[in-house]
Each structure stands twice: as structure tokens, then as C-alpha cells.
Design a protein around this ligand. Structure first.
Ligand SMILES: Cc1cc2nc3c(=O)[nH]c(=O)nc-3n(C[C@H](O)[C@H](O)[C@H](O)COP(=O)(O)OP(=O)(O)OC[C@H]3O[C@@H](n4cnc5c(N)ncnc54)[C@H](O)[C@@H]3O)c2cc1C
Length: 500
């Protein structure tokens, strides 16, 4: 079969859809194969955290999504303790509460507008790979299996990933929680907080406002553990909510219910040759902290520009391997955080719960600890490992600095899907090198009001390289070397005199 420069993505969940949009914007042909014939109307994730909103901002779709939901700046995690997100750096000092289908709709619209193909009713059933590409068997109807050839395949096909199974990768872990009830409800009485959660030993509940009078209720009852197939009884929801929140927050009308269980699992590898795993296919954890969809979207943001660089022949050696190097530890950390939160919610003995409550109240009142908790849950503190001897900013999140001229912010400049070289001062080397030598691959920009380092920001908003060199000649030489490494050889070699 002829080789193809195309990327196939299994799964049109949030992970696959963000990746498809990024590849299409970067000029890479890509097709999403989705088993379901119709879009899912299921509200699983409802929390979109600050770092994910920054990723969406760098794609020009954050404000669009924010318009669909409710911003929550502070929320109760256990009785008496509140997590305050209002001091997070950046434009999004809050968590956005919006149904997952809204996030998927916004991502799908962007992907289609950029030229990605999304085929529904197309199930990946098998794969084989060789040195040049991947053959993917796709079922499109009863008995109709055909084979597609791609340069790369990404398994964004969720927790029961066929791609992961076809690679023969295990998914080790354990069951985290069973028989959790989900419902969209109205409540009698207005909760003090737009997002509030509590555990009372034999039950826990979380209530989140969509901002339109409806609330998502997540409830668990230790006294009634049943299989996922068992329907949810609104009377049980009312009883659990009363036990957890007291009489004031009675559950009223119910428009949708479901029951689920969740596991804590992670694949030992995210890459096997030309096949990658991303999102729930690579890591699954409890919904505590609302981190699953956020982590999947950020996996995709990390992988997209790397695949595009490889397919355009501009990737530095080993770039594709850095996807697993960077994202697998983040997935492990997410498992730890969501597992710890869940176990605290499930604590049963009253004395232990009292200790938990007191510890959480104390922790959330200590500013450095509270900041750290907010930075972890929101994803703002995520950073990637830097090579030995690298500048201290390497691998860190690039803050959304103001830029001189248009566009006015770094995350607006990132919308072209290119690297952005941000100079602290008006630097002829930056302007000349980026516009003449690497045009189309990197944008040069000058930060206003900053006396910091000169930094090269990756398309996913993390710092690839930085320097504090002040001598113009040496700085220009360093910049040229960094651009050559990250963005490929210059189309035109500038002479020393023209930019120094
Ligand atoms: C109750 C609940 C609440 C949650 N709350 C939050 C929250 O607030 N915040 C948060 O970040 N996360 C939350 N999550 C987790 C979140 O829903 C998932 O992490 C997220 O959906 C993962 O996205 P994904 O794209 O990786 O996988 P999925 O959304 O599972 O999408 C995978 C897609 O692949 C398709 N597919 C499967 N197999 C194949 C195949 N062989 N071929 C083709 N297509 C295939 C599926 O049909 C599906 O559309 C919650 C989960 C639950 C259950």
C-alpha cells in the first residue's frame, strides 16, 4: 500500500478533536475515526481548568467555550475548606463549569473549519505497523472492514482503547470507586457555592452549577453499591444529598441520570513505533479534581505540534519521544492527586474525617500551600523536565505576556500554531532572524514592560529555550542556534553585518 503523510486518530472525544484541529491548522492531513454514529450528548466532564483554558485561548476558542458555562473562582472541597483559584496567574483565575458536549462541540467546529475529516460510524478494529507507516483496519458497517494507511496513528479511543490492546500494552491499576450516581438536577434552595463537594463517611456528593438553573450532582452511597446497569432512583439521590448537604439543598426535578465506576490505571508507555496513546486511552483515574478531560486535552496539545514538525521534516532528533517523556509523568501525578482526593472523600471513620477536615482547613488557609494546591489542580504548575545545564525557564509554562504591537498577547500570537520568539527588548536580531531566516515557522515578538529573558515559546505554550545573554552578537548567535534546533535550518542565512 502507498505510504501516506496522513495521521489517523481513533476517537472523537476531547483528546482526538483537539489533536485533529492542531494537525489540520499545521497543514497535516488527518482523519478522526469515531466508532459512534452520532455525537455524544453525554455530560461526563464538567470542569475545564485554567491551563486547559489557556490551551484553548492559544487556539482562539476559549472565550467561545466560556460563554457556555459558569466561572467558579472558589469552591468548597470539604466541609469548611475552600480552594481559591482567584489568585491564579493568567486570564483564567477560575474553573469553568460546562458540559463536556459543549467542549467537544467547540473543538469539533475548530477541527472541521481547519480541514480535519471526522468520520463517524468508523471503528478501529486492528492495526499493523512497519518502518514507514501504520495499516489500520476500520469497520464501517456490518461486515465492512477496510484498511487505511497512515504515517502515524493516535489512539484517543478512551479507557477501553482498542489501539492500546492492539499494541499489546497492559493497563495496570485498580478499581477506584464503584456505583457513583450522576444526575442533572434542579435544587430547592440556592447553594452558597457554585461548586461544592463533601464526604460524610458513608456518602459523598458534589454539586456544580451550569449557570442556567441546572446542576450536575455526583453522589455516592456506601450503603447501596450496585452494578452500573442499575438505574438511578431519584429518591436515593434526594436522600444522599440530604445526608451530605443537609435539608436546605433538596434535589428537585431530574432530567438525566447515569451510574458509573472508575479505575486508576496508566499504560506503561505512550508510544510504540508509529502509534501513540493519548487521553483516557493512556491514563484513567477517578473524576475527583475533574482532571481527566483536562489531561487528555493537554496530551493532545503536547503531541500535535511534534507530529507536525516530524511530518514537515523540521523536528529535532528524538522530538517524538519527548511526548512520552513529558506526558507520562504528568499522567502519573494526576493519578496521585485524583486518587488522594477520592480517598479523602471516601474516608469513613468519624475521627479520621475530623482530622481530614481540620488538616484541609489549615492547608487551604496557608497561602503557599493553597497556591500550590490551586496550581496543581488547575494545571498551571505543570512543567516539563529540562536537559541538564538548560536555562531555568526551559520546560516551564510561558506566561501570557503583553506584546508590543499586534497581536497584543502571547497566547494570541500562538494561534498561528508557530513558535514565538519573545524578546525582552526591541532586538534587531529577533526581528531579522525570525522574519527573514525562519519566516512561517516562528514569529518574533517583543514583550512590553518586561526586563526578563529572551525566550522561544513552543506552539503548546511551554518554553523551549531561553537566554539572558546581553551582548548583541552572542545573543544573536544563540538565537540562531536555538531556531535552527527547534525550527529547522534557516531558509536564508543572514550576514553578520545586517543584524548585529
Ligand atoms: C462522571 C465523570 C465526571 C468527569 N468529570 C470530569 C471533569 O470535570 N473534568 C475532567 O477533566 N474530566 C472529567 N471526567 C473524565 C473525562 O470525561 C474523560 O477523561 C474524557 O472524556 C477523556 O477524553 P478522551 O477523548 O481521552 O476519551 P473519550 O471521551 O472516552 O473519547 C473516546 C472516543 O473514542 C471512541 N472510540 C472508542 N473505541 C473506538 C474505536 N475502536 N474506534 C474508533 N473510535 C473509538 C469513543 O466512542 C469515544 O467517542 C469525568 C468522567 C466521568 C465518568
Amino acid at each position: 500500500m502507498a505510504p501516506s503523510g496522513e495521521v489517523l486518530i481513533a476517537g472523537a472525544g476531547p483528546t482526538g478533536l483537539l489533536l485533529a484541529g492542531d494537525l489540520a491548522v499545521a497543514g497535516v492531513g488527518c482523519t478522526v475515526l469515531e466508532r459512534r454514529a452520532e455525537r455524544s450528548g453525554l455530560t461526563r466532564a464538567f470542569a475545564v481548568h485554567a491551563r486547559t483554558l489557556e490551551a484553548l485561548d492559544a487556539r482562539g476558542i476559549a472565550d467561545h467555550l466560556i460563554a457556555t458555562g459558569e466561572r467558579v473562582r472558589r469552591f468548597q472541597i470539604f466541609s469548611g475548606s475552600r480552594l481559591d483559584l482567584s489568585r491564579l496567574p493568567g486570564r483564567f483565575p477560575f474553573v469553568l463549569v460546562t458540559p463536556q458536549y459543549e467542549t467537544e462541540r467547540v473543538l469539533e467546529e475548530r477541527a472541521r473549519a481547519a480541514g480535519a475529516r471526522i468520520e463517524r460510524g468508523a471503528e478501529v478494529v486492528a492495526l499493523r505497523q512497519d518502518a514507514e507507516g501504520v495499516d489500520v483496519d476500520v469497520r464501517t458497517g456490518p461486515g465492512g472492514v477496510h484498511t487505511r494507511r497512515a504515517a502515524y496513528l493516535v489512539g484517543a479511543d478512551g479507557v477501553r482503547s482498542t489501539v492500546r490492546e492492539e499494541l499489546g500494552l497492559p493497563f495496570p491499576g485498580r478499581s477506584a470507586v464503584r456505583s457513583v450516581m450522576l444526575a442533572d438536577v434542579r435544587v430547592e434552595g440556592v447553594p452558597r457555592e457554585a461548586l461544592t463537594g463533601r464526604g460524610v463517611g458513608d456518602a459523598f456528593a458534589l454539586l456544580a452549577s451550569y449557570g442556567d438553573g441546572w446542576y450536575r450532582l455526583v453522589a455516592w452511597n456506601r450503603r447501596h453499591q450496585v452494578p452500573d446497569s442499575e438505574p438511578v432512583d431519584p429518591a436515593e439521590l434526594r436522600e444522599v444529598a440530604r445526608r451530605v448537604f443537609g435539608a436546605d439543598l433538596g434535589v428537585g426535578e431530574t432530567r438525566w441520570t447515569s451510574r458509573f465506576h472508575s479505575d486508576e490505571r496508566q499504560a506503561p508507555r505512550y508510544r510504540s513505533g508509529r502509534v501513540f496513546l493519548a487521553g483516557d486511552a493512556a491514563h484513567a483515574h477517578s473524576p475527583a479534581g475533574g482532571l481527566g478531560m483536562n489531561t487528555g486535552i493537554q496530551d493532545a496539545a503536547n503531541l500535535g505540534w511534534k507530529l507536525a514538525a516530524e511530518l514537515h521534516g523540521r523536528a529535532p532528533d528524538g522530538l517524538l519521544d519527548t511526548y512520552e517523556d513529558e506526558r507520562l509523568p504528568v499522567g502519573r501525578q494526576v493519578l496521585r492527586v485524583s486518587g488522594a482526593l477520592l480517598r479523602m472523600l471516601l474516608l469513613e471513620p468519624r475521627p479520621l474525617r475530623a482530622v481530614r477536615g481540620a488538616a484541609m482547613v489549615a492547608a487551604t488557609r496557608m497561602p503557599p500551600v493553597a497556591r500550590r494546591m490551586a496550581g496543581t489542580v488547575s494545571g498551571i504548575d505543570i512543567a516539563y523536565p529540562a536537559p541538564r545545564g538548560a536555562h531555568r525557564l526551559t520546560g516551564r509554562r510561558a506566561p501570557d505576556v503583553r506584546l508590543a504591537g499586534e497581536p497584543g498577547r502571547l497566547y494570541e500570537a500562538l494561534r498561528e500554531g508557530r513558535f514565538v520568539l519573545v524578546a525582552a527588548v526591541n532586538d534587531p536580531a529577533v526581528t531579522y532572524l525570525t522574519f527573514r531566516g525562519w519566516a512561517g515557522r516562528v514569529r518574533g515578538a517583543v514583550a512590553t514592560g518586561s526586563t526578563g529573558s529572551t525566550v522561544l515559546v513552543r506552539p503548546d505554550g511551554y518554553i523551549a529555550w531561553a537566554t539572558d545573554e546581553t551582548a548583541p552578537d552572542r545573543r544573536a548567535a544563540e538565537i540562531r542556534a536555538a531556531l535552527t534546533r527547534w525550527c529547522g535550518a534557516a531558509a536564508e542565512q543572514p550576514s553578520h553585518q545586517r543584524w548585529a
